[in-house]
Design a protein around this ligand. Structure first.
Ligand code: HEC
Length: 112
């Protein structure tokens, strides 16, 4: 995903000004960006502790959890194209934050 001037409302960069390249979705790694985004926007419902009560049983706490969810389910959830609700449920992530995750998913979800 190309992220040029569409990133003007990059809340992720505001929340995490110390994350290098936070608005450069083409440089995302799991440890550098994706894990931090998931922790900020997803773990309140998808931690191991919360998932059964708030996250439909889907756990996204670490790399293996996310990898096991797989690209199809993860993209369906983020784009809202599956049969279930768009994620993050009840809120919204900006296009650059979304692009950062999608770029990593399209790269094959590497453990980097
Ligand atoms: C407010 C709680 C909440 C937040 C925040 C949340 N989810 Fe969910 N998530 C759920 C629930 C509940 C389900 C079960 C399906 C449903 O009810 O939509 C679910 C289901 C899923 C699924 C299963 C597939 C699908 O399409 O539903 C995935 C993947 C997922 N979430 C990823 C994420 C990601 C990634 C984030 C952060 C960007 C996130 N969720 C944030 C509550 C949440």
């Amino acid at each position: 995903m190309i992220c040029l001037n569409s990133c003007y409302n990059d809340k992720y960069a505001e929340l995490h000004p110390n994350v290098p390249g936070s608005c450069d979705s083409a440089k995302s790694t799991y440890s550098g960006q994706v894990a931090i985004i998931i922790s900020s926007y997803c773990l309140n419902c998808h931690s191991g502790a919360a998932a059964s009560s708030s996250g439909g049983g889907y756990i996204l706490e670490n790399y293996n959890d996310v990898k096991n969810i797989g690209p199809v389910l993860l993209k369906n959830a983020l784009y809202g194209t599956g049969v279930l609700n768009q994620m993050p449920k009840g809120s919204h992530i900006d296009s650059c934050t979304l692009g950062t995750i999608i770029h990593w998913v399209n790269a094959g979800m590497p453990n980097n």
